[in-house]
Design a protein around this ligand. Structure first.
Ligand SMILES: Cc1ncc(COP(=O)(O)O)c(C=O)c1O
Length: 387
């Protein structure tokens, strides 16, 4: 019998929703039925061929297999700084304001573990990416959700925020372009966030992995603040360069905060694989045409999702950004979990309920754009056959 008691920090943190759901999907597949998984945001398209070529040649170089620095290669930090200059109009010091990461998800945990103590509180968007909450809880902090509502275009209500007791709040997480709703950031919003967090002595962190996906133009919160502001931004090659499995991300911004995060990170990992870092440098040199081609594919898929949502009598907003479409279920349905279960049971189609991103998602479902056209056609066929 297993009598090992788990640590307090992970008690109450359930298994990640997708890992549980994938087991259920696997069980259905084992019964011989094909499930269309329209839920997971893992790009199905490949990275640029030059990125793969760079990886293949770098693997043969001397020293390719040795440990690397915790801060990645200096050339990678410079490539990140150049990328921020080119696309976001932000000036970054590659040695002091750039920290490469093993994906932005690891960065979320590192930030929480290095900045939060028991008794601190964290402002977390509802709905929002679940890792902000779990990482904050693992670090011992208390969660304060702030609402993002459709009627406010999923932007925070600053009057409500100002009314809150903020004395113990140390971090505010924001994520624009927002997952799961697709709401975009703006200079006005970033200015308000910076003023609010500056006034209340809160560290502001924008998680920005969807900066290039179906946006008018990429934006960084760092372009709206000064280097002394306690502002950080996470970014990632997972979605922008179809490199989710490679695990390359970055934390950029305030030098002092970055050093604190590095203190923790350097105790956890031993750097990344050098050929991968060199391939990431290559990816960061790609120009607008790469993003243009990528977005053409995503846009055409998005139109297929609109047809599916119409078929399901769901409503949706057509000016969203990012890799997902956020659909509102009909008023006649009980809630999104029932709706999602019905799609899986009756049609063998998996679309996650918005409730996994917070209580404000309970009347929504989230489609990922990471499936080829054939899957969208098959989805429509299945819905039409049974309706
Ligand atoms: C909002 C958000 N932040 C961070 C991540 C993690 O991305 P990465 O692959 O860089 O760890 C995801 C992944 O789906 C995400 O949706």
């Amino acid at each position: 019998m297993n009598n090992v008691v788990s640590a307090r920090r992970i008690r109450g943190i359930g298994e990640y929703y997708f890992s549980k759901k994938l087991q259920q999907i696997d069980a259905i597949r084992k019964q011989g039925m094909e499930v269309l998984n329209l839920g997971i945001g893992s790009p199905d398209l490949p990275p640029h061929p030059s990125v793969i070529a760079e990886f293949n040649s770098a693997i043969l170089e001397n020293g390719a297999h040795q440990y690397q620095s915790y801060k990645g290669l200096p050339e990678l930090r410079s490539a990140i700084a150049n990328w921020y200059q080119r696309f976001f109009d932000c000036q970054l010091d590659p040695d002091r304001e750039v920290l490469p990461l093993i994906g932005s998800k690891e960065g979320i945990t590192h930030i929480c573990m290095s900045l939060l103590d028991d008794g601190d509180s964290v402002l977390i968007p509802n709905p929002g990416y679940p890792a902000y909450e779990t990482a904050s809880k693992m670090a011992g902090a208390d969660i304060i959700h702030y609402d993002l509502k459709e009627e406010n275009q999923y932007q925070p209500d600053f009057d409500v925020l100002e009314e809150m007791d903020l004395t113990s709040v140390k971090i505010m997480w924001v994520n624009y372009p927002h997952m799961p709703t697709g709401s975009s950031g703006s200079h006005e919003l970033f200015d308000k966030l910076i003023r609010f967090t500056r006034k209340n002595n809160i560290v502001l962190i924008n998680d920005n992995p969807y900066a290039f996906i179906l946006t008018d133009r990429p934006m960084s919160i760092l372009s709206a603040c000064s280097p002394d502001d306690h502002v950080l931004e996470l970014n990632s090659l997972s979605k922008s360069h179809n490199m989710a499995g490679w695990r390359v991300g970055m934390l950029v911004g305030n030098q002092g905060l970055l050093e604190t995060v590095l203190t923790f990170k350097s105790q956890v990992d031993s750097g990344q694989f050098k050929p991968m870092l060199k391939a990431a440098i290559k990816a960061l040199t790609l120009d607008e045409s790469w993003f243009g081609a990528l977005n053409e594919v995503y846009l055409s898929r998005k139109h297929m999702v609109y047809k599916i949502l119409d078929n399901l009598n769901c409503s949706y907003c057509t000016n969203s950004s990012g890799m997902f479409v956020w659909g509102k279920i009909p008023d006649t349905e009980v809630d999104a979990e029932h709706f999602s279960d019905m799609l899986l049971e009756e049609h063998k189609i998996f679309v996650p309920p918005g409730s996994i991103f917070g209580s404000n998602g309970k009347r929504y479902i989230r489609f990922s754009l990471c499936s080829p056209e054939s899957v969208w056609n098959e989805t429509l066929n299945r819905l039409n056959e049974t309706r």
